[in-house]
Design a protein. Sequence first.
Lengths: 212, 170
Amino acid sequence: MKTNERISSLVDELEPVRPVNTARTAALSWIFALGATAVCMLLVAPFRTGFVEQLLSTPRFALETVVGLVVGILFVRAAFELAVPDRRSQRLYVTLAAVLGAFWLALFAFAFIEPALPPSMAGKRHECYYEAMAISLPMTVIAIFMLRRMYVLNGLRTGLFAGIAAGVLPAFLMQLACMHEPWHTITHHVAPIGVSAVAGAVLGAWLLRRRQ
Amino acid sequence: MRAAQSGDKASYDRLLRELATVIERYLRNRFGPAEFIDDVTQDCLLSIHTGRHTYDPDRPFRAWLFTIVRHRTIDYLRRQRGSWSTADRETDIDGIAAPESLCAVSEAATLLRQLNPQQREIIVLMKYLGFSAEETSERLGISVTGARVRLHRALAATRRLLKADWQDDS
């Protein structure tokens, strides 16, 4: 087929489309996902009593929480940016998400030296690890199917970011809902991010391959 | 593009024709009068069509367009690499493009100059002149496997150079 014929056939096929607004899509998805995560967690057990006072009285804990919130937003945004062909915005959000994500992890690592809150069993959720995965894995799948409607250039990387974003949400909320102890945070709240990241990368590489 | 997104066929037709010219010129500047330019241009147009909803009118069109062009070109070259490997096993020297016409490709020549002499030699022999791995190994006095490995490394180096070049541009 010659280029002119190709153009004519594409013009014949033209139908109106609604342009994707990555900022709006990412924001709405994040709000929906955060709300859904919070509701799911509340259905299992209430949040830790006194977490609001802890946020207000402990700047380090407030910082950890705010950074976790921003990391979640950035990873969701980065995943959606990766599904749009524009390398400059992709670089910006991927870098921001990675840097702030590393800082968030560094805060958890620093808690081994100096915990933000005195380690306590108060508010312990018995199945928090599985709870986090039960939320993040379906969310990863939903995100992958949303991203499939866009134009993904690198399925693996996009899926990885979607998986991390889905894992960060319950990890962030677990900081407020579950017991606060550095080792528990790493093994039960942060570790599921790795599981959903791997699931996202595998699903992304498989389901987000570009179709011509 | 905004008009095309709302379904205006006349604007879309004009846009695609203009883009076809832009993409063709861009690829010719990079690769010279290579035969695959028409195929890659059509691939790019198809991708622009299927991904037109991902263009955000508030962002620069150029960045969106050239990201698609870059990826389609790399995809095409990757697919070609696969068919080159098959051709290495199946074809003889007849019917391979004349080296003079290939040397005329200024971009390719520039790229070749950046490779080391061994890499340049193996690419010219196997890709430009069309020698099989066996013929190349005889000429260079190396094993057949050695020739294939050297070609593989040379192509990897070429891809790296191309990628760096693309990144500099975008």
